[in-house]
Design a protein around this ligand. Structure first.
Ligand code: KG4
Ligand code: ZN
Length: 365
């Protein structure tokens, strides 16, 4: 491929992780030179969710330190960079502003170009950094803040086939853990409990499977779990370890069933484009769930599509994905100026109406 070398600093601050990374394109392949993520979980722990004001202040305090650390670990100085990529939305606006203002400060001081990155594009382009699929490929974003199927047509063109109309699956895992007295983040805790449970004991719904298309819904599942838990408690006066495991297993298999069936539908729509080497990639924290991956893999195998799952550290929020998305835009000549605007909402596919789901990150544009 090309001999061009591009080195970008990436910044991410749209939710509760402050992150900076340096990524280099060289010989046609991307390499992560450093990736620093400073979480804020302990700051929000007492509030049962991310508090936007607390998050914004923490980003302002930490972002410069993350930049210094990322440059130091990469062994580079600002003068070695070709530009600064920064998440410009969607997300909690105070946090997004902290990142954008930091990028503007560096750009003003150095004259480097800025690249405003859509956070969801960062997730959706990550497979290109790790596995280099050709366009178009299909991505399922599943995290605590997002849930959508996207066809990535090129680095600047995304087609949304469907998404959640209410909660993201990660939120449902977290809520399930809370209802059963398990620790946060709920996903890994529920997965561990589910391992010893009977998935058939409780009949949980498979929301929206009776409707055509790729939209998803998870809030009803949450309510069903609450009812089932209350039913057991009313009958027996409490939950045993086995009850908890069965509830987790039933919930997890319902999420996996829904994601598998909707993925099958998304794949058949994607395959109509007749991609030369079809690829289905997953991203987001929920993609760490082995039971869910285990359900998606055979769906891909049956459709003759390669299944790609980037390493977990690149599935969850990080700045390497932002730097990489910046490199993809830089190659297309899509740089921004000091007038870059921070956007709380920013749908990737402007041809489709915004998704209405609420949740940790606000609207899932
Ligand atoms: O992508 P992420 O780090 O942050 C955003 O939400 O953007 O995803 C975190 C979410 C949490 O809701 C967490 O419970 C869920 O991903 N998660 C899992 C697992 N590991 C993390 N959900 C199910 N199974 C897992 N093993
Ligand atoms: Zn994210």
């Amino acid at each position: 491929m090309t001999e061009e070398t591009i080195t970008l600093l990436g910044l991410e601050s749209s939710c509760d992780d402050t992150a900076a990374a340096v990524v280099r394109l060289s010989g046609g392949r991307g390499a992560i030179l450093s990736s620093v993520v400073a979480g804020q979980a302990e700051l929000h722990a007492a509030f049962g969710g991310v508090v936007p004001e607390i998050a914004a202040r923490a980003h302002v305090e930490k972002i410069d330190l993350c930049v210094e650390e990322a440059l130091m670990r990469a062994g580079l100085a600002l003068c070695d960079l070709d530009g600064i990529a920064v998440t410009a939305g969607p997300g909690l606006i105070g946090g997004v502003l902290a990142g954008v203002m930091c990028a503007k400060g560096i750009a003003a001081a150095t004259g480097l170009p800025i690249l405003g990155i859509n956070h969801l594009a960062g997730h959706a382009l990550t497979p290109r950094l790790t596995d280099d699929p050709a366009f178009p490929y299909l991505v399922l974003l599943v995290s605590g803040g997002h849930c959508q199927f996207l066809i990535v047509e090129d680095a600047d063109r995304f087609r949304r086939l469907g998404g959640t109309i209410d909660d993201a699956p990660g939120e449902a895992f977290d809520k399930t853990a809370k209802l059963l007295g398990l620790p946060q983040p709920g996903g890994p805790a529920v997965e561990a409990e589910a391992a010893g449970g009977d998935p058939a004991r409780f009949a949980f719904p498979r929301p929206l499977l009776d409707r055509p298309g790729c939209d998803l819904s998870f809030s009803g599942l949450k309510t069903a779990l609450l009812r089932a838990r209350d039913g057991v408690v009313a009958e027996r006066g409490g939950l045993t370890r086995a009850d908890r495991a069965d509830l987790c297993a039933g919930f997890q298999v319902a999420v996996a069933d829904v994601l598998a069936e909707k993925s099958r539908r998304a794949l058949s729509e994607y395959l109509l484009l007749a991609p030369e080497v079809p690829v289905f990639a997953v991203a987001g924290g929920v993609a760490a769930n082995a039971a869910i991956r285990g359900r998606l893999q055979p769906v891909c195998a049956k459709a003759g599509v390669r299944f790609v799952a980037p390493p977990l550290a690149l599935c969850t929020d990080n700045a390497a994905m932002i730097a990489w998305a910046g490199i993809e835009r830089f190659r297309l000549g899509l740089t921004d100026g000091l007038d870059l605007v921070a956007r709380p909402r920013w749908p990737l596919d402007l041809g489709r109406p915004a998704l209405i789901g609420g949740g940790k990150k606000g609207a899932k544009a």
